[in-house]
Ligand binder design. Structure first.
Ligand SMILES: C[S@@+](CC[C@H](N)C(=O)[O-])C[C@H]1O[C@@H](n2cnc3c(N)ncnc32)[C@H](O)[C@@H]1O
Length: 275
């Protein structure tokens, strides 16, 4: 659809180059534009706004996802300069602010996988919860309690709002602050399941993840890994985890979550820990 919208503005090759660089999130389109097409960015924005029906704003992603809050610079190309919208996933509604709090539609498969693993009665620590997508999807159908931590005040506030937007079987408790500090203060040996989706810094936070997890609880350990062969990425992450973990661990599963560069992958290792 997006390619069709741009057929009068870009050549076939140009639109091929652009096509994997779009995200549509509710009424917003975010587009990453290669150097070679930057001179056409305004016309790309205007065309997308005119041609794609429910779109209200088109933004150019002017920086990578960066900094402590994992946010990005967005420049308005066309439409309303408003970075908030509503997004639906897994039967849940989410208010998102695509500029001021981390959000990626590209993690939806992984969020669904985790939501399907959760059992009634579980306590979960979601250490880097963002706007609470994993937390809310888990609590939507299961009577679980999710401590949803994030250091970004905008993300924690949206997590609270999103909990109210959805009818939940379980309970989501949004806490703003540094995950390590919150765990040390109030969440030691609390969780049956711990999520640590800050892949760039997992090793730094592994000790805190272990601290909040009960004996025989499960940690979902995310990381970034280089692999020449795609099929080896999961096993390489398992090896890395086993090398750095200070506790006895049983590997339950590992897989690629998504590619993040050439021969570079975001992976997850599910482990049961014994302490
Ligand atoms: C990759 S995003 C989380 C993605 C989220 N699970 C989702 O599905 O949308 C990482 C989050 O970690 C938060 N963060 C970074 N450092 C943190 C810390 N020390 N303690 C708690 N949260 C932190 C960032 O603000 C960001 O929202």
């Amino acid at each position: 659809m997006l390619k069709k919208a741009l057929e009068n503005v870009l050549t076939e090759e140009e639109s091929d180059e652009l096509i994997s660089a779009f995200d549509q999130i509710g009424e917003i389109i975010i587009v990453r534009i290669p150097e070679s097409l930057l001179s056409k960015k305004k016309i790309i924005g205007k065309t997308l706004l005119d041609e794609v029906k429910i779109v209200r704003s088109v933004f150019y992603q002017a920086s990578a996802v960066e900094g402590e809050f994992r946010t990005r610079d967005l420049e308005i190309l066309a439409g309303e300069d408003n970075t908030e919208t509503e997004y639906k996933e897994f039967g849940c509604r989410f208010k998102v602010d695509v500029k001021n709090a981390f959000f990626s539609p590209r993690l939806s498969t992984e969020r669904e996988r985790i939501a399907n693993l959760v059992q009634d009665g579980e306590v979960i620590t979601n250490m880097f919860a963002g706007i609470g997508m994993f937390s809310i999807m888990a609590a939507k159908k299961k009577k679980c309690t999710v401590y949803s931590l994030d250091i970004n005040p905008v993300a924690s506030k949206l997590c609270d709002e999103n909990s109210s937007l959805n009818k939940l079987a379980g309970n989501v408790i949004s806490i703003n602050g540094d995950a390590t500090e919150i765990i040390n203060k109030q969440l030691v040996d609390k969780s049956d399941r711990t999520l640590m989706l800050l892949p760039e810094r997992s090793d730094e936070f592994l000790e805190s993840a272990i601290k909040t997890t009960k004996n025989q609880g499960i940690i979902h350990y995310y990381s970034h890994i280089h692999a020449d062969k795609k099929s080896e990425a999961g096993k390489l992450s398992e090896k890395h985890y086993l090398k750095i973990t200070p506790v006895k661990s049983e590997i339950l599963d590992s897989k690629i979550v998504r590619a993040v560069g050439p021969r570079y992958y975001q992976t997850v290792v599910d482990v049961k820990i014994f302490k």
